[in-house]
Design a protein around this ligand. Structure first.
Ligand SMILES: NC(=O)c1ccc[n+]([C@@H]2O[C@H](COP(=O)([O-])OP(=O)(O)OC[C@H]3O[C@@H](n4cnc5c(N)ncnc54)[C@H](OP(=O)(O)O)[C@@H]3O)[C@@H](O)[C@H]2O)c1
Length: 218
């Protein structure tokens, strides 16, 4: 029986949402795939935010599911963030393995009204918002109200970041730019077609020519 995230007691403060940071490894031409990512540096830098929630796109999780089968399973990390996966089409299967991976304290499936039925024996906590798609603004409000989430780090190949940008829900953009041009491929801003002013916050250059650029939105 799936646990209902909403049934947890809490005081709801409408309109409040956490600080949202999108941290991505990109090529010089903004692609998120098709090149070798400096993963050690990427994840070392990701610890900077000490996020309360890691918000991940389902396609990012699905890309990792084969590797999860053989990954060590030390168990949930009590002090770790919550892993929340936007899974409107209910495609993610390896919830237990994700929970026991040793990175997160727990997992939360984010579904919409129209999401396919989940297995009846599912023990994964879930939050249902939106009709066809997960309502990301409502999710963030509920995470603030129900989990006191103050910082959310988005892990996505760009699609989810693009939707969040369209909705004006990204506060900080962190790009780890790798010295390569890959041509075709998904960009870090997804299908975002608007114009977004950015305020430079910091730049660092690392060995090997990898450049870390941080910007605040608005
Ligand atoms: N370079 C990097 O930093 C980096 C980081 C992470 C991943 N990756 C790579 O990037 C690839 C996956 O990234 P991706 O960009 O394809 O996908 P993604 O961002 O991981 O997943 C797409 C997400 O967007 C959601 N979405 C789409 N439209 C929406 C809407 N209108 N409202 C709400 N949610 C919506 C989808 O929900 P549904 O589930 O409902 O469709 C899904 O959760 C993988 O190859 C992965 O290895 C790279």
């Amino acid at each position: 029986m799936a646990l209902d995230f909403l049934s947890e007691p809490a005081v709801t403060v409408l309109g409040m949402r956490p600080h949202v940071v999108a941290h991505l490894a990109v090529s010089v031409d903004g692609a998120t795939t098709g090149f070798a990512v400096d993963l050690a540096r990427f994840y070392a830098l990701a610890t900077l935010w000490q996020e309360d929630v890691t918000l991940v796109g389902s396609d990012t999780i699905l890309a990792q599911e084969p590797a999860l089968i053989s990954a060590p399973q030390p168990g949930p990390r009590q002090e770790g963030p919550l892993l929340a996966v936007v899974d409107g089409r209910a495609r993610v299967r390896e919830w237990d393995r994700l929970r026991r991976l040793g990175h997160w304290s727990d997992v939360l499936a984010l579904y919409a009204d129209q999401s396919p039925a989940r297995p009846p024996d599912s023990a994964t906590a879930e939050l249902v918002t939106g009709y066809e798609h997960v309502d990301l603004a409502e999710v963030l409000e509920k995470l603030a109200a129900r989990r006191d989430a103050q910082v959310v780090r988005v892990d996505s190949g760009g699609t989810l970041v693009g939707v969040l940008l369209e909705l004006g829900l990204v506060d900080e953009v962190s790009l780890l730019v790798h010295p390569v041009v890959v041509g075709a491929g998904r960009r870090w801003f997804g299908a975002f077609g608007g114009r977004l002013g950015l305020r430079h916050a910091n730049t660092e250059v690392f060995e090997g020519g990898v450049v870390w650029m941080r910007y605040c939105t608005a």
